[in-house]
Design a protein around this ligand. Structure first.
Ligand code: FMN
Length: 366
């Protein structure tokens, strides 16, 4: 298992890409929560592979089975264990690859860390497939947060060098989220989305891959959630975001561009609006001192290009200790970003649930 994450709610994911199955054990759920199975299925299907040319052709419907912690349609309060069987393994693609380490993937570090005993097929436990259980757990967090009107939405801000519009950090609203949710390729500017799709297909044709950025907003978070230092809202969310394979950058609010602003440009002036304290701008992305300030929470997550590409690359055979040229076969996402959108949202909702439970504990859930 990949360790245990979380304090008030905790989870551990297990499984390998080409093993029997994958899953998650979720601890800390209150007894008596009726799970919204429709919502879970919708989230799982947003992430599932094999649906279009922008994702791997590996077809997995990601049907899940809850094997413990759920009785008479309600959580029992004991650990909730969910298994998702693998149904479309094609492990022969990997037989010849046992000692050949893919540049950009975790084959080398996995082999070193686990002394060569790791299941290397399809990336094993390092595979992006392991984000399915994360999405399952995130859907439960989403259901619980939505009950308190806390909602999340994301769009693809970048693919390669093509740019969508930014969210309006102050005026972003649920209407925009609804529109984005209806789009199978969630972008604000549809034309830019078309360009992004074309670029992914062109690069796929060249047996190469692309990365990109997902921009996310969370609305209606009450002010006062989080803590300074170690349990800051940024640390909690970033911890889970960086657990997603291929994530190499996270920024909040105006993020890295704050570094080139003056204080007078970066500070968000306070104003009273409908009797509430708000800020006129939102460069701090809804967080001050690690604590929410009641403005929309804004963050961006950068994904590197998919490491497994068919183009000729240099690498090594670690058993023979020789340099070799490699052309990777098998089924891979030409760009991870479209499938990663629900994964980013799941990670953020779980981190926020953990923080929100700080005050009221399990009672928060019912
Ligand atoms: C949803 C998703 C799908 C992914 N699909 C692939 C894939 O098809 N091929 C691949 O080589 N990597 C894929 N990855 C990325 C690798 O799992 C990741 O790059 C690898 O484990 C190394 O980890 P690192 O990039 O975080 O260092 C995917 C990641 C995610 C989140």
């Amino acid at each position: 298992m990949s360790g245990v994450w979380g304090e008030n709610i905790n989870l551990s994911i297990f499984g390998e890409s080409h093993g029997k199955g994958i899953g998650v054990i979720i601890g800390g759920l209150s007894a008596g929560v009726e799970l919204d199975i429709d919502l879970i299925n919708k989230e799982m299907s947003r992430r599932a592979p094999g649906k279009n040319q922008f994702s791997t052709s590996r077809k997995e419907c990601d049907k899940f089975e809850i094997i413990s912690g759920y009785f008479n349609n309600r959580t029992t309060g004991s650990p909730l264990c969910v298994v998702i069987n693998n149904t479309s393994q094609r492990s022969k693609d990997y037989e010849a690859m046992k000692d050949i380490i893919r540049p950009g993937h975790a084959d080398y570090t996995g082999k070193i860390k686990y002394l060569g005993f790791n299941d290397y097929r399809g990336g094993g436990h390092f595979s992006g497939r392991l984000t399915a259980p994360l999405v399952f757990a995130g859907a439960i967090a989403r259901q619980l947060l939505e009950k308190r009107s806390i909602i999340i939405g994301s769009h693809i801000l970048h693919i390669g060098k093509i740019h969508d519009d930014f969210f309006d950090y102050v005026k972003i609203n649920d209407d925009m989220f609804r529109k984005l949710k209806l789009r199978d390729f969630p972008v604000i500017d549809i034309e830019k989305g078309e360009e992004m799709r074309e670029q992914i297909l062109a690069v796929k044709e060249e047996k190469d891959s692309l990365g990109g950025i997902v921009e996310t907003a969370v609305l209606n978070l009450p002010p006062g959630v989080g803590a300074p230092f170690f349990d800051s809202v940024e640390s909690k969310i970033a911890h889970l975001l960086f657990s997603i394979p291929a994530v190499k950058g996270v920024e909040f609010g105006a993020g890295f561009s704050l570094a080139s602003m003056k204080g007078s440009e970066a500070n968000d002036p306070f104003i009273i609006q409908n009797d509430e304290v708000k800020t006129e701008t939102n460069n701090n992305g809804g967080i001050l001192g690690g604590i929410t300030n009641g403005m929309p929470l804004i963050f961006r997550t950068a994904f590197k290009p998919t490491p497994s590409i068919g183009r000729l690359q240099k690498t090594v055979d670690v058993a023979k200790k020789t340099n070799i040229d490699l052309e990777i076969e098998g089924r891979h996402d030409p760009c991870i970003v479209p499938r990663a959108v629900p994964v980013v949202e799941a990670a953020a909702m779980l981190a926020l649930l953990d923080l929100l439970m700080e005050k009221e504990g399990k009672a928060w859930m019912i």
